[in-house]
Design a protein around this ligand. Sequence first.
Ligand code: ZN
Length: 134
Amino acid sequence: MIEKIDHIGIAVRSIEKTSELLSNILGLKVAGEEIVEEQKVKVAFLPLGDSELELLESTSPEGPIARFIEKKGEGIQHIAFRVDNIEKVLEKLKKEGVRLIDEKPRYGAGGAKIAFLHPKGTNGLLIELCERNE
Ligand code: ZN
């Protein structure tokens, strides 16, 4: 059902500052950036092996990332698992009574299909499912 960790989402106040820091101390480089209007977020991708880090900077004080940072500070916000058929996985989880934020996949950065599980059903961990056409 799950293929691998696709990416780790990290909430930051400044993509520029954080990416510069990660470049200086770990040699990681930004491979692309995108604004996802629907989520009020700017996203930067830092590929590493078979996965990547996803830096998330809010474009609005009301966005989910701004609210996350206000509550918990900067840091890991979600873990995304790669799946090959997101509709099928959502169907299965729904049948099992797992609480979902998204019952249907929505648009994610990079053209992925994504859906979030509700952290109240996963012991506080925000899990994203992610299907990509590669
Ligand atoms: Zn993500």
